[in-house]
Design a protein around this ligand. Structure first.
Ligand SMILES: *Cc1c(COP(=O)(O)O)cnc(C)c1O
Length: 427
């Protein structure tokens, strides 16, 4: 693949933008090489600055469940654009969106819109702390909840010691309020509640992890979180920024029949524009300003352009009910990878649910952060570049999930399966 224009753009970017990118994973540091620039995207395909078409399994990290630049979403944005781009007052689309969200996700009785997933999780954690009048939060290793100070925390040396900052610039005193535990480990959760009685405001979890590759919850894990938080007067926060509307209309909480106290949303809910949302129990949500003492605000919150895209995206999900089709595509891809690995005698795990999947080069099942990191990143890098050279764009890191859209149906998925199989066989 000729990369001349992308390379010269990256050279210019490196001079003016830290690392040349506006979000770190885009820099290809995990897979090596220099990133391609995209000038347009339609359906299942990205068109690079060098006029190469790539079948896209990143789907803008989740939002593009209908494929890129879907005509119905585009038309909704165009219609909203005619009326103005921001009002700074309540607008009718906010009410439409709140009605849609509460219908799709029944645990959400009231909802507040914001502009990113990071804002949604940051605000949900503040709300949980304000509501319970407690400071500590439990999160799980490998779960990513955006980049706010309370959540960009990694595990300490022992399972129950307080967390450490996962970035420079986060005070150790903040990190002490976040307890980081292994995902899928109910005993650790019980120990943490015993160790910090009446101090834990809430547990935040990606119900299925999508941010260290794709990892499903073990049977009973999420139910346990629900039981233990209720018992101790803490709130359960499902971070469904990635899984919401993607794995089911009502997210993982619908699949697992769990009712979290709060849910955070983003990605698909913006239809490709910047949107986040958080919602849940009415008594908890009423703790937010202007009704309650927990402050949260946003100049562009409920932005009419972004909401028009999000509403169109959700309505499409409702009318198409594409989840069976998406799961068939996911199965086709993971089966192709597993079959090729078997042919070649390579140890490979291909966890998949609906339109999310991962390829881990590992002999053991991946169930948490430690087992994900134990997978071999070297063959993944080779797989990534071999696929890219043949027109298929997988996530540019061994520890990121892959995404499918309805636009992948047909030639795109068939071609991608062939490319992925060949790449694995030639490893
Ligand atoms: C992407 C993501 C976020 C952060 O959302 P941004 O819009 O990137 O701020 C939070 N939580 C989860 C689970 C995510 O996947």
């Amino acid at each position: 693949m000729s990369n001349q224009r992308s390379e010269s753009l990256f050279e210019r970017a490196l001079k003016l933008i830290p690392g040349g990118v506006n979000s770190p994973v885009r820099a290809f540091r995990s897979v090596g090489g220099s990133p391609f620039f995209v000038k347009a995207a339609h359906g299942a395909y990205l068109t690079t600055a060098d006029d190469t078409d790539l079948i896209d399994f990143v789907c803008t990290w989740g939002p593009a469940i209908h494929g890129h630049n879907h005509p119905i979403i585009k038309a909704a944005i165009a219609e909203a654009l005619e009326k103005g781009t921001s009002f700074g007052t309540p607008n009718p689309l906010e009410v439409d969106m709140a009605e849609l969200i509460t219908r799709f996700v029944p645990s959400i009785k009231k909802v507040r819109m914001c502009s990113s997933g990071t804002e949604a999780t940051m605000s949900a954690v503040r709300l949980a702390r304000g509501f319970t009048k407690r400071d500590k939060i439990i999160k799980f290793s490998g779960c990513y909840h955006g980049h706010s100070d309370s959540l960009l925390i990694k595990a300490g040396s022992g399972a129950l010691t307080h967390g450490h900052p996962d970035s420079a610039g986060i005070p150790a005193s903040f990190a002490r309020e976040t307890i980081v535990l292994p995902y899928n480990d109910t005993a650790c959760v019980d120990q943490a509640f015993a160790a910090y009685p009446d101090q834990i405001a809430g547990v935040i979890v990606e119900p299925y992890i999508g941010n260290v590759g794709f990892i499903k919850a073990k049977p009973g894990f999420l139910k346990h979180l629900s039981t233990v938080t209720t018992k101790h007067g803490a709130l359960l926060i499902f971070d469904e920024v990635m899984t919401g509307f993607r794995l089911a209309k009502g997210g993982v909480q619908e699949l697992e029949a769990i009712t979290p106290d709060l849910t955070t949303l983003g990605k698909i809910i913006g239809g490709g524009l910047p949107v986040g949302a958080f919602g849940g129990r009415a008594d908890v949500m009423d703790y937010l300003a202007p009704l309650g003492p927990v402050y949260q605000a946003g100049t562009l919150s409920g932005n009419p352009l972004a909401l028009s895209a999000g509403i169109a995206s959700l309505k499409l999900l409702e009318s198409l009910n594409p989840y069976g089709r998406l799961n068939a595509l996911g199965e086709q891809l993971s089966k192709a990878a597993l079959t090729a690995a078997k042919t070649k005698g390579i140890a490979l795990q291909a966890p998949q649910c609906g339109s999310m999947f991962s390829i881990f080069f590992s002999a053991t099942e991946v169930t948490d952060y430690a087992t994900a990191l134990a997978a071999d990143a070297v063959p993944y890098k080779k797989l990534f570049h071999s696929c890219l050279d043949n027109g298929v764009y997988l996530a540019p890191s061994a520890y990121e999930a892959g995404f499918l859209s309805t636009a992948h149906e047909g030639t795109a998925i068939d071609k991608a399966c062939e490319v992925v199989s060949k790449a694995i066989i030639s490893l």
